[in-house]
Design a protein. Structure first.
Length: 157
């Protein structure tokens, strides 16, 4: 579906925060968020909080980005995925399905996070890593890198 943005004026207010349609894609962006014109926010996606979306990031479908998140590079967040807290996602990472990345997690490179995966706390994931299914990665010193696959019902901390 291609959305044509007719106005970039504020179109909605929730709890005192005003939202406008992003000119590239038409998704809703809070006045408190900073989203680059080169980024794409799809018509059903939401960006709220003090989020920074840079470069060629694409936020698609019903994805939600909130908190103090920073997305940069060629990151893709789509389906019903959520990125929140103080998470940082960069490179060419994809977060999709019902996956959640939150707290102070750092995701970079060619990481793919999908299914119902949860990446929380201060976890760092980089390289050619695939996290899918129902895994939970959390804790203060967990680092996953290289060519790695984590899937199923796995809990790592």
């Amino acid at each position: 579906m291609k959305a044509t943005v007719l106005s970039t004026d504020f179109v909605l207010e929730i709890s005192g925060v005003r939202y406008r349609h992003h000119p590239n894609g038409g998704g809703l962006v809070a006045e408190t968020a900073k989203v680059a014109k080169t980024a794409y926010v799809g018509p059903f996606a939401w960006v709220h909080g003090h989020v920074r979306v840079l470069d060629n990031v694409k936020i698609l479908d019903c994805a939600q980005i909130f908190g103090h998140v920073q997305l940069s590079g060629n990151v893709r967040v789509f389906d019903h995925a959520q990125v929140s807290g103080y998470a940082e996602v960069s490179g060419s990472a994809w977060i999709y399905g019902y996956a959640q990345v939150s707290n102070h997690a750092k995701i970079s490179s060619y990481v793919r996070i999908s299914g119902h995966a949860r990446i929380l706390d201060f976890v760092q994931v980089a390289g050619d890593v695939q996290v899918f299914g129902h895994p939970r990665l959390y804790g203060g010193n967990l680092k996953v890198s290289g060519q790695t696959q984590i899937f199923g019902k796995v809990f790592l901390s």
